[in-house]
Unconditional design. Structure first.
Lengths: 312, 312
């Protein structure tokens, strides 16, 4: 693959991606250090879609999030310090110390609502989009859900509502294949999201591979489409939540795969660098493979310098 | 004029010149318009009336979403039992939205199906069950005076509340009182008569029973003070307690079928007053499962026994 100069692929996208990854790694170190009382769901491996969404949003657009929201909040604000201060429940935190982690929103950055309850945010996003339509606002509501939350009735109810009223909503389904410790095949039948979208007459797109430049291009096209058509869109994002570990038990003497869900990612260390996994599953690995190595190292060094004050 | 006709009239009066308000729900703009409740609202007020799908969770969430984006709305719900499907939104979303002190209004206007013979799955008649879970303001409407007060003050005002209507009263002649002697500022309670012998406090939708007791007392040459307690949460009881201290007897009538009621709170307050000689707390008989069989579903008072006990 041909290596790119950072200016060829959007320096902001590359920097934001690294900031969201390294910011999370700093939070993880503080978490391992026992600094936080609030539960935090890290989103290592989810950075590309968060940065792409953030860079697609126009000033009036609104983002509606779920319990795993650190990546979007970091991408929107660019402030790791405000994020950490919120987790420490300080008044100078992103939510004034009121919101903690699972409900963190930032009105000024367009993060309008966040819910810790699976599926809860889709109805709220529907209402927000209806309000925007009523007030003739030129904006889109982007709501983030997952392969677990799409099992909730609210998912189907809300798609009906969005389609019926012709609402400009982009539904991002972050599909990591897990809900807590259950894989999809361990908890339910397969749901073909493409076929489901067809049944509703809703446009459906799939994104995978963590190529930040391509993600941004695709999302900008989708945003333009929903603005033009006054229709919702489902975007199915296939990704991997990084930070797993293995645990040896009597039943699994060779070690059982434990998916990362929440809490500190014990096997991930900031000292090992920003790349967690050498595969397409890691957006930072994908970024590194696209960039000249010297350029990549320079970007990482700059980001680490900015974050040094936040480490334990 | 009947009860539903009057409530419809008050709704239209309160919504006059409030063109930005959205009135939504199942059948609000078609067929009987929820037994006449929403008839003519769009035509006579200019509010937007939206017929919706049958998705209570999403509809409650959408109300909060509109509120979040500054659009006021009223969700007219055909049957209070259906609100059970929206409880997540009532608790989790409302708790979130209220922290930001929204300037928009969201009202759920729910019909309590208490007209009998509905079967055991349509047995819920207690607004307080919903209001208690997130300390939601709630009001029951039974007559001309409380309808004027509660709809006028609360239908469209910043914040969220549930207003309950009684299906049993829908087609009946509107209950009216000559005067309102005193009332709680928010319409939490209203006093209609002032008498020296007994204090009567009617909770939920039991004002018809209270009126019947007044008439029975008159036959005995006795006068009573009559209060309707419209709030579904405990309010400032002092004026009612003061009245009961003067009469020396309080009869608390409550027609709910679940356990949670502010009437228990009033009775507890009354028990601490030496001047109140008799406290009669009238509730339903739940000694067998007969209350779940199709029945008339009406609290029937034995006025002779109540008067005997209250005046002994």
């Amino acid at each position: 693959m041909k290596k790119m100069n950072v200016s060829e692929m959007s320096e902001k996208a590359a920097n934001d991606l690294l900031m969201v990854r390294l910011g999370q790694l700093v939070v993880n170190e503080r978490y391992k250090n026992g600094d936080f009382k609030v539960p935090i769901h890290l989103a290592l491996g989810h950075e590309a879609i968060a940065v792409a969404v953030s860079q697609t949003m126009e000033p009036e657009d609104q983002l509606v999030l779920s319990h795993r929201n650190i990546h979007y909040n970091l991408a929107r604000s660019g402030s790791v310090k405000e994020e950490i201060d919120e987790y420490l429940l300080k008044p100078e935190g992103a939510g004034g110390g009121w919101l903690g982690s699972m409900n963190l929103s930032r009105k000024s950055e367009g993060v309008a609502y966040t819910s810790s309850i699976l599926g809860n945010n889709l109805p709220v996003a529907s209402g927000m989009a209806l309000a925007n339509k009523t007030r003739e606002k030129e904006s889109v509501v982007i709501v983030v859900t997952g392969d677990g939350a799409m099992e909730e009735g609210a998912f189907y109810e809300s798609l009906t509502f969005m389609k019926t009223f012709g609402l400009r909503v982009i539904v991002i389904v972050e599909d990591n294949g897990w809900s807590l410790a259950s894989r999809i095949h361990e908890r339910r039948c397969e749901i073909d999201l493409n076929q489901l979208a067809k049944a509703f007459g809703i446009r459906h797109d799939t994104m995978e591979g963590n190529d930040i430049a391509r993600y941004i291009e695709t999302l900008r096209d989708i945003r333009e489409w929903t603005m033009d058509k006054n229709e919702p869109v489902i975007v199915h994002v296939l990704l991997t939540t990084l930070g797993h570990w293995t645990m040896k038990t009597e039943d699994y003497p060779e070690g059982k795969f434990i998916n990362y869900h929440a809490g500190p990612a014990k096997t991930v260390n900031i000292g090992d660098g920003p790349v967690i996994e050498n595969s397409e599953a890691d957006p930072v690995f994908v970024l590194k493979s696209r960039l000249d190595e010297t350029e990549f190292d320079k970007l990482v060094k700059n980001q680490l310098q900015n974050l040094s004050g936040e480490l334990p | 004029m009947n009860y539903v006709g009057f409530v419809n009239q008050e709704l239209k009066k309160a919504l006059k010149d409030k063109k930005g308000v959205i009135v939504f729900g199942q059948n609000v703009g078609t067929g009987s318009c929820v037994s006449g409740l929403s008839r003519g609202i769009e035509k006579e007020t200019g509010c937007r009336v939206l017929n919706t799908q049958n998705s209570e969770n999403t509809l409650v969430g959408a109300g909060f979403g509109m509120m979040r984006n500054g659009v006021s709305s009223i969700y007219i719900m055909k049957q209070l039992d259906f609100l059970l499907l929206g409880i997540d939104q009532l608790v989790n979303t409302y708790n979130y939205i209220r922290v930001f002190k929204p300037s928009a209004s969201f009202t759920i206007l729910a019909v309590v199906v208490d007209n009998g013979y509905q079967g055991m799955q349509s047995s819920l008649n207690n607004l307080a069950d919903f209001c208690s879970i997130a300390r939601i303001p709630g009001y029951a409407i039974t007559n001309r005076r409380d309808a004027e007060k509660i709809i006028g003050a609360h239908l469209v005002s910043p914040g969220f509340r549930i207003i309950g209507l009684s299906q049993r009263l829908f087609g009946r002649e509107l209950i009216d009182f000559e005067q309102v002697i005193s009332c709680e500022a928010d319409g939490g309670w209203l006093q209609y008569t002032d008498g020296a012998d007994v204090t009567i406090a009617c909770f939920n939708f039991s004002i018809p029973q209270g009126r019947g007791l007044i008439e029975a007392l008159k036959d005995k040459g006795k006068e009573a003070s009559l209060f309707s307690i419209n709030s579904s949460s405990p309010v400032e009881w002092s004026p009612i307690i003061a009245n009961a201290c003067q009469t020396g007897a309080i009869v608390v009538i409550d027609d709910i079928k679940s356990v949670n009621s502010p009437s228990v709170d009033l009775v507890a307050r009354a028990r601490g007053e030496e001047k109140i000689r008799t406290i009669t707390h009238i509730t339903r008989d739940f000694s067998s499962l007969d209350w779940l069989r199709p029945n008339a579903d009406e609290l029937v008072l034995n006025n002779k026994n109540i008067i005997h006990q209250a005046l002994k």
